[in-house]
Design a protein around this ligand. Structure first.
Ligand code: C2E
Ligand code: CA
Ligand code: CA
Length: 387
């Protein structure tokens, strides 16, 4: 980058070293510092359109991660308003300070370490790196869906599947959705990923269905994030995918968390009403871990509650978890909702849940999430597993 040019991006140095030089009025250049791995250069361009205040030269082969102004603006517009304001004030002051200080550039700008409770710069860099890698992961077929069976505890029949994303990374190996989903939620890539997942899950259901021996059609449950519901074309995309894949709406469940209902109450209501009217099921994921207010259960078209696995795990040791599970089942029955227990790992848990009136469950005791090929094999030879 050159002094005087307008910049649209900052860069984080992944490897290599650069030298920062400033041109003086007489045309001569002075070196004002060097930067190595993990430092950021050109960050001023993220604040305004003023020209670059320095030139940067690579002293050796360097790899840089680009952070564009557009991307930062989008992230900031999604951020908490207080955070956004504080961030903008700090960045503007930083620019003003630099302008006054005759381009005195300080040495190290490492963030505080995690010991002090801050996110370390290394973590941030790794997250940005992963977000950049995710861009190609979808088109490179590194992202796949696995499907975990849902079982009817009374009949032993297969009810359907939950689609779960998997990232098979060429260098990192298996990256858990618990790691990459929050990162792509942060930078907006979740929209594309969810759209892909929904389409893939619907097409897979169509293929799996042809191998099923069950009398009722199988269901497919797909996870969505709060961010998905902010997209103005969410419902249109869902309808289009259903018609393109020729899947019946009543066999599709949208899984959402309580957080969505709390953070975007009106938007969520409108969207969920449309999906429910079209015949899709709406499941509340991780039920019991979010907000204690049950008010919202009346006012949204919720068809299913999924009891969080933490309560199922503790049910046998912890009487209050057991009571909570019992209450959720009771609540669901009274409100005419389907109840699914998540994370069932033992026969004892399944027996107890059935005794308490829980109709459906999902967990390693019955089956782990598996590839489409394995699912097809499973449905073709499935015998009712009565507990
Ligand atoms: P979740 O939606 O609550 O998914 C259930 C998680 O519990 C899955 O983890 C599943 O593998 C795991 N699980 C199922 N049965 C058992 C069991 O018996 N014992 C234990 N210990 N775990 C069990 P996974 O696949 O690692 O996914 C983690 C989370 O990532 C999901 O939690 C969901 O919040 C998110 N996620 C996964 N795929 C997607 C997706 O396509 N879109 C979105 N928005 N989020 C996704
Ligand atoms: Ca889920
Ligand atoms: Ca869950």
């Amino acid at each position: 980058m050159r002094q005087g040019e307008h910049g649209e991006a900052a860069f984080i140095i992944e490897s290599g070293t650069v030298e920062i030089r400033v041109e003086k009025a007489d045309g001569s250049e002075i070196v004002v510092g060097t930067r190595g791995p993990e430092s950021m250069i050109g960050e001023m361009s993220l604040i305004d359109n003023a020209p670059r205040t320095a030139s940067v030269y690579a002293l050796e082969n360097c790899t840089l991660l680009e952070i564009t102004k557009d991307e930062l603006t989008r992230r900031l517009s999604n951020a908490d308003p207080v955070l956004r304001t504080v961030m903008q004030v700090i960045l503007t002051r930083y620019r003003d300070t630099l302008a006054r200080s005759d381009l005195h550039i300080s040495g190290s700008d490492q963030a505080e370490s995690t010991e002090h409770g801050y996110i370390s710069q290394t973590d941030v860099v790794d997250n940005i790196r992963m977000a950049n890698e995710f861009r190609d992961a979808l088109s490179d077929n590194e992202i796949r869906l696995y499907y975990q069976p849902l079982i009817n505890l009374y009949t032993g029949e297969l009810f359907g599947f939950e689609a779960l994303m998997r990232w098979f990374h060429p260098e990192r190996g298996f990256v858990s959705p618990g790691v990459f989903i929050p990162i792509i939620e942060d930078n907006g890539q979740i929209l594309q990923a969810s759209q892909w997942a929904f389409k893939e899950a619907c097409s897979a259901l169509k293929r799996i269905q042809t191998h099923s021996k069950e009398k009722d059609p199988l269901h497919m449950s797909v996870n969505f994030s709060s961010e998905d519901f902010s997209a103005p074309d969410f419902v249109d995309n869902v309808y289009t995918t259903l018609s393109e894949t020729d899947v019946q709406a009543k066999t599709i469940h949208l899984e959402i968390t309580e957080r969505l209902l709390m953070t975007q109450p009106e938007k969520a209501r409108e969207t969920l009403d449309m999906c429910r009217k079209a015949g899709m099921g709406i499941s509340i994921d991780d039920f019991g871990t979010g907000y204690s207010s049950l008010n919202y259960l009346h006012s949204y078209p919720i068809s299913t509650l999924k009891i969080d696995q933490s309560f199922i795990r503790e049910m046998h040791q912890n009487p209050s978890s057991l009571e909570l599970v019992r209450s959720i089942i009771f609540l669901g029955q009274n409100m005419n909702m389907t109840i699914i227990a998540e994370g069932v790992e033992t026969r004892e848990e399944a027996v107890l849940l059935k005794e308490m009136g829980c109709e459906y469950c999902q967990g390693f005791y019955f089956a782990k999430p598996m590839s489409e090929d394995d699912v097809i094999e499973l449905v073709a030879q499935w015998e009712p597993a009565v507990i």
